[in-house]
Design a protein. Structure first.
Length: 84
């Protein structure tokens, strides 16, 4: 997995202009970095104290096989509202 995240942000409402600005501000200036296993863990709702595997590739595989509890919770909550 070679996913990247921008290290800067900017505001732009127009999608075509956003693309141009992104290329100019982020891509051309290399204002991005690879997403780490710790970043993946945060995105999935794991607490900071959660111990990941020491090797980055192993940790990413662990997280790739994980079930994100907060996502499942909100999906289930939405389903209950629809069903009842």
């Amino acid at each position: 997995m070679r996913d990247y995240i921008a290290t800067i942000c900017f505001d732009c409402q127009d999608p075509k202009r956003y693309k141009q600005e992104f290329i100019k501000r982020v891509y051309q200036r290399q204002k991005y970095q690879p997403i780490s296993a710790q970043d993946y863990a945060r995105l999935q709702g794991f607490p900071e104290w959660f111990q990941l595997a020491q090797r980055e590739s192993t940790a990413k595989k662990q997280l790739g096989n994980a079930v994100s509890v907060p996502v499942v919770y909100y999906l289930a909550q939405s389903l209950v509202k629809v069903l009842f």
